[in-house]
Design a protein around this ligand. Structure first.
Ligand code: FES
Ligand code: FE2
Length: 338
């Protein structure tokens, strides 16, 4: 029998950086304004390529790129025709649910074409000015809805056009784990203390209260996180929507909003300061935002399935248990050829 030290050492050699598949959930695809009617383009998401298109009437579709007929890549030479995606090779046309709606030269359409969708497409929603796709490894339909977020949905009362995007070479779970790892806030980010954290879990929703009301966060599955920071009675909101690009690459995206305070008011000043603080740009602050420091850790770390934790650590294991629900087995038929 080796010593515990040896065990930890040996384990470290076999650890993987990101030993997880792509989780199920609603994920941000792009900003609505970036996809014009009639536009089509290739996007890399969920560990594969997809064709994203907007019909001339405005509806959005996202499909597997390879045509079920003879395998042409519809993102190279394909076209949007009305609300359909048309393959360049023989002009078969598909709707956003993956049904083949036209085979221009067939007298007898294969029966399956009438019966069911033959192209893999993802359920799409447009909400908060963002395009969302429901990804499920076994192609099951959405099991929860995107929530109402007043800060980004109410036509009046809120403001803020600041947004950011950052790429991290790690999986989405490792990034999300930061939210419950409150000890790192002091040591990596230089916060004055380790804030207390309370986490509650309810199906796909996780709520965090960090620092007794200072930050109230709600995660809706793995792809959407709303965090409200309150200081001196003023609340500013960070809406974060990270994308799993591949098993080892994620893109973090965030919007920052706050109530529409009068120009020159103290409240506006505080709200702006909170937003600066969130992105680590606040002047004269010791605390470093994630931009400068978290990435160094994320881009180089490995995942320890059996971490050595202590009493001052946040609820890391509870968080992992909650996150596990989003990992769904990919059926063998869909795994073939991967
Ligand atoms: S390969 Fe797409 S229509 Fe033939
Ligand atoms: Fe962090």
């Amino acid at each position: 029998m080796g010593s515990p030290n040896l065990k930890v050492l040996l384990e470290s050699k076999t650890l993987e950086r990101c030993p997880f598949p792509i989780p199920a959930g609603w994920f941000f695809v792009d900003y609505s304004e970036n996809l014009k009617p009639g536009e089509l383009r290739n996007v890399q998401l969920f560990d594969q390529e997809w064709v994203l298109f907007r019909g001339e009437g405005g509806s959005v579709g996202m499909s597997d790129p390879y045509c079920p007929h003879l395998g042409a890549h519809m993102g190279h030479g394909g076209k949007v025709c009305g609300e359909h995606l048309r393959c360049p090779f023989h002009h078969w046309e598909y709707d956003a649910s993956g049904f083949c709606k036209s085979i221009p030269y067939a007298k007898i359409v294969p029966p399956i074409v009438k019966r069911e969708p033959i192209l893999r497409t993802l359920p799409i929603k447009e909400k908060y000015g963002l395009i969302w796709a429901w990804f499920h490894p076994a192609c099951e339909p959405p099991s929860w809805e995107l929530p109402y977020i007043p800060e980004i949905e109410d036509a009046s009362g809120y403001t803020g056009s600041r947004r950011g995007s950052w790429t991290a070479n790690t999986c989405i779970q490792e990034i999300a784990e930061n939210g419950v790892d409150t000890a790192h806030l002091k040591f990596l980010h230089g916060a004055p203390m380790i804030p207390p954290v309370e986490a509650t879990y309810d199906g796909p929703v996780m709520k965090l209260d960090i620092g007794r009301g200072y930050i109230l966060g709600t995660a809706y599955g793995p792809g959407l996180n709303v965090m409200r920071f309150t200081q001196q009675g003023v609340t500013a909101t960070m809406i974060s929507y990270t994308q799993p690009i591949s098993a080892e690459k994620s893109q973090m995206n965030m919007s920052f909003r706050h109530p529409d305070f009068a120009a020159g008011s103290t409240e506006l000043h505080i709200a702006k300061k909170i937003v600066d603080h969130m992105i680590g740009a606040a002047e004269g602050e010791e605390s470093a935002g994630f931009e400068s420091v978290d990435f160094i850790v994320w881009n180089n770390k490995k995942y320890r399935p059996n971490p050595l934790l202590c009493d001052g650590d946040g609820p890391v294991l509870q968080f992992r248990k909650w996150f596990k629900q989003f990992y769904v087995e990919t059926p063998a038929e869909l795994r073939q050829g991967q």
